[in-house]
Design a protein around this ligand. Structure first.
Ligand SMILES: Nc1ncnc2c1ncn2[C@@H]1O[C@H](COP(=O)(O)OP(=O)(O)O)[C@@H](O)[C@H]1O
Ligand SMILES: Cc1cn([C@H]2C[C@H](O)[C@@H](COP(=O)(O)O)O2)c(=O)[nH]c1=O
Ligand SMILES: [Zn+2]
Length: 190
């Protein structure tokens, strides 16, 4: 399991960028919430953001598939995080794949101010293509954690999000009715 001790010490010195990525249902939001909860227990000032467009479970809260949740600030552009996150010691960002291409620069600015930035998002879309700013964030991160779901076809480790409905738009909000996690073999079956 990821240990945040090393990064916590580093963040006191100069901030850091952590990325939690993987397929849908792989536990990205749970892992983000776990790290943020530990920061809150440590009495650090925590601010959480998500894209305004992500209204799937709730307009404002970040909610995991197991319905654990925490209040957040929905923003329509990554630059707003610089403004609203200015007093934070730890900034959490969920569903980061939906943000604009300025998000990596915003995260670097926050980290350079001494802030620990924890980002969760899909690394690949339903076609297995890199999704939004996540690949660029992975490149500049201090630490990248790739989590895996369970393949709904065979039970192996899943890294892809298979879309069950006919829709070719890259962005299509949904959950179990529209997507299932699959391993590489099962993702390429049909
Ligand atoms: N196929 C699956 N593989 C793993 N976890 C699953 C699966 N289907 C449902 N879950 C549930 O989803 C939870 C993870 O939810 P969440 O953290 O919101 O994932 P993510 O943010 O990566 O989509 C798991 O703890 C588990 O209870
Ligand atoms: C693969 C894929 C997913 N989405 C959407 C579907 C969900 O609303 C979110 C992912 O949420 P999770 O917390 O990771 O389960 O993204 C999409 O718009 N396009 C895609 O290709
Ligand atoms: Zn499989």
């Amino acid at each position: 399991m990821f240990s945040d001790n090393r990064l916590r010490i580093r963040s006191e010195l100069g901030g850091s960028i952590e990325v939690v990525c993987g397929s849908m249902f792989s536990g990205k939001t749970e892992e983000l919430l776990r790290r943020l909860k530990r920061a809150q227990i440590a009495k650090l000032q925590v601010e959480i953001f998500k894209p305004k467009t992500d209204t799937r479970y709730d307009e404002t809260a970040v909610v995991s598939h197991d319905l654990n949740s925490v209040q957040s600030t929905p923003v329509d552009h990554s630059s707003a995080i610089l403004l609203y996150g200015s007093n934070a010691q730890v900034v959490g960002i969920d569903e980061a794949q939906f943000f604009d291409d300025e998000l990596p620069d915003v995260c670097v600015k926050l980290a350079n101010r001494g802030i620990r930035v924890i980002i969760a998002g899909l690394d690949m879309d339903f076609e297995g293509r890199p999704f939004g700013p996540i690949p660029a964030l992975m490149a500049i991160a201090d630490d990248v954690t790739k989590v895996h779901a369970v393949c709904m076809k065979c039970g192996n480790s899943a890294l892809f999000s298979y879309r069950l409905v006919e829709n070719k738009n890259q962005v299509m909000l949904g959950e179990k009715e529209s997507y299932e996690p699959r391993c590489r073999v099962c993702f390429n079956l049909d």
